[in-house]
Ligand binder design. Sequence first.
Ligand code: HEC
Ligand code: HEC
Ligand code: HEC
Ligand code: HEC
Ligand code: HEC
Ligand code: HEC
Length: 414
Amino acid sequence: MIRKFYKSILALAVAVSISVGYVAAQDSTSTAAAAPAGGGDVAKGEELFKNNCAQCHAATAEVVVGPGLAGIEERRDYAWIKKWINNPMGVVASGDKYANELYNKFNKTQMTAFGAFGDAEVKAILAYVKSAGAPAVAAPTGGSSTTTAPAETGGGKFINVILVALLVIMGLVLVALLGILQLLNKLSGADAGSADASLSFGEKLQAGLKNVAANKTVRSAIVWAFILLATKATFDGMYGIGVHQGYAPKQPIAFSHKLHAGEMKINCAYCHTGVYKGKQSGIPSANICMNCHNAIKRESPEIQKIYTAIETNKPIEWVRVHNLPDLAYFNHAQHTNVGGLECKNCHGEIEKMEVVQQRSTLTMGWCIDCHRKTEVNGKDNGYYTKLMEAHKAVSKGAMKVQDNGGLECAKCHY
Ligand code: HEC
Ligand code: HEC
Ligand code: HEC
Ligand code: HEC
Ligand code: HEC
Ligand code: HEC
C-alpha cells in the first residue's frame, strides 16, 4: 500500500522531469528571459511595453517610429528616462540638449506622455527592454521594419516557471523516495542479485526492457508527462488566442504604403474614405487606384493585376491585417474625428511600411489602457466643453475617456 503510493509519486516526479526537459529543450531562451533583471518585473514590463510602447519602439536597436530602446540605460540615467516617459514634451520644452536633438532627429514627432507611470512601471519596462533587447542582433538603424517577429506570449514563461519549481520539489522527493524504496526492498528481501548468470548480455537487455515496459511506474510516468505537456499547450494557446501583433501577411498586389502614403504623401483618407466618417475606414476599390494608374506604370505586371480585377469584375482579394472578434465594437470616426487621435497612435507609422504590419495587440487590455490615460479632446466641441466643466466640478484631474463611459462593457460589447 505504502509502496504503491510512493511509486505513483515517483512516476509523477519522472513525468515532471520529462516535461521540463522537453519544454526547456524547446525554448530554452524564454526560460532564461523569465529571470528578473535589474529589480524590475520582466513579465509586467513586457505587457506594459507591448500595450504602450511597441507601436513606436522596438526593444532592440531598430528604429520604428522612435529610436530602438536597447541600451537606453547606458545612454541616459534613470531620472532622465523617468522624467521623459512621464512628460516628453516637458523635457523638450525645458531646453534639455539631448532631448531637443533627439526630437529634431525624429522630425519633431511627439511621443505620447505616460504621466501615470511610477517607478514600478518604468523599472519593469526597462527590465523587459534589457532582457528582450540584449540577445537580439541589432538591426541597422534608419530603416523602417516590415518583418518584426510575432510577439511572444507571456503564458509560456509562466508555465515554465511553475514547471521548474515543480521539478526542484520533485527532485528532492525523488531522492528521499529512492532511499525509502531501497530500504523497503531490502526489508522484504526482494533485492536484486537473482539475475540468471547463464543469460547472454543481449538476452538480459531484452528482459530488462520488457520489465521496464511492463512497469506500472513507467507507464504512469508517461501518462503524467502527456497530461502536463497538454496542459502547457492549452495555456500557451489560451494566452495567444486572437493576439496577432506583428502580423504582416503578403498581399496579392505589392502595394506599398511607404511609396504612396510616405513618399507621395497621398492622404490616408483619399483611399480609406470612411476613416473620419464611419465605423469602418474601408479598403479602397480598384477604381481609386485607377484614378492614377490608368496612366501611371500601366506596363507593370503588378498594375496589370488591377486591370484584371476591373475587367473580370472581381475585387482584389486583399488579406485583412487587423481584425477584432465580432463580440467587440470599434468605430474609427469616434477615435479619429471625435477623439482627435492620429492613425499612428494605433497603427504605428504605416507610411513607412512596404507591407502593412499590425503594431498593437488589439486586446481588450489595450483599449482599456488607453481609455484610462487619454484625456477627452474637448477642442471645438461645445457639448464636451459642458461635460468637462461638469467633470471639473466633481473631480480634480483632467477628464479622461474613462470618465465619459469608456470603461463600460456595453460601449464595446452589445
Ligand atoms: C506615438 C509614438 C511613441 C510612443 C507610443 C512611445 N514613444 Fe518613446 N519616443 C517616441 C519618439 C518619436 C521618440 C524620439 C524623440 C521625439 O521625437 O520625441 C521617443 C523617445 C523615447 C526615449 C528616448 C530614447 C533615446 O534613445 O534616447 C525613451 C526612453 C522612450 N521614448 C521611451 C518610451 C516608452 C517607455 C514608451 C512606452 C511607455 C514610449 N516611449 C512610447 C515615440 C513614442
Ligand atoms: C493609395 C491608396 C492608399 C493610401 C493613400 C493609404 N492606404 Fe492604407 N491601404 C491601402 C490598401 C490598398 C490596403 C490593403 C492592402 C495592404 O494591406 O497593404 C491598405 C491597408 C491599410 C491598413 C491595414 C488594413 C487591414 O487589413 O487591417 C491600414 C491600417 C492602413 N492601410 C492605414 C493607412 C494609413 C494610416 C494611411 C496614411 C498614412 C494609409 N493607409 C494610406 C491603400 C491606401
Ligand atoms: C495619386 C496617384 C496614385 C494612386 C491613387 C495609386 N497609385 Fe500606385 N503608384 C503611383 C505612382 C506615382 C507610382 C510610382 C510609379 C513609378 O515607380 O514610377 C505608383 C506605383 C505603384 C506600384 C508599383 C508598380 C511598380 O511596378 O513599380 C504599385 C503595385 C501600385 N502603385 C499599386 C497601387 C494600388 C493597388 C493602388 C490603389 C489601392 C494605387 N497604386 C493607387 C500613384 C498612385
Ligand atoms: C484608436 C485606435 C485606432 C486609430 C486612431 C485608428 N485605427 Fe484603424 N483600426 C483600429 C482597429 C482596432 C482596427 C480593427 C477594426 C476591426 O477589426 O473591426 C482598425 C482597422 C483599420 C483598417 C482595416 C479596415 C477597417 O476599417 O476595419 C484600416 C484600413 C485602418 N484601420 C486605417 C486607419 C487610418 C487610415 C487611421 C487614421 C486616419 C486609423 N485607422 C486610425 C484602430 C485604430
Ligand atoms: C490610443 C488610445 C485609444 C485606444 C487604443 C482605443 N481608444 Fe477608444 N477612445 C479613445 C478616445 C480618446 C475616445 C474618446 C472619444 C471622445 O472624445 O468621446 C475613445 C472612445 C471610445 C468609445 C466611445 C466611448 C463613449 O463614451 O462614447 C468606444 C466605444 C471606444 N473608444 C472603443 C474602443 C475599442 C473597442 C478599442 C480597442 C479595440 C479602443 N477604443 C481603443 C482612445 C482610444
Ligand atoms: C474599450 C472597449 C472595451 C470595454 C469597455 C470592454 N471590453 Fe471586453 N473586449 C474588448 C475587445 C476589443 C475584446 C476582444 C479582445 C481580443 O480578442 O483579445 C474584448 C473581449 C472580451 C471578452 C472575450 C474574452 C477575451 O478576453 O477575449 C469578454 C468576456 C469581455 N470582453 C468582457 C467584458 C466585460 C465584462 C466588460 C465590462 C467590465 C468589458 N468587456 C469591457 C473591448 C472592451
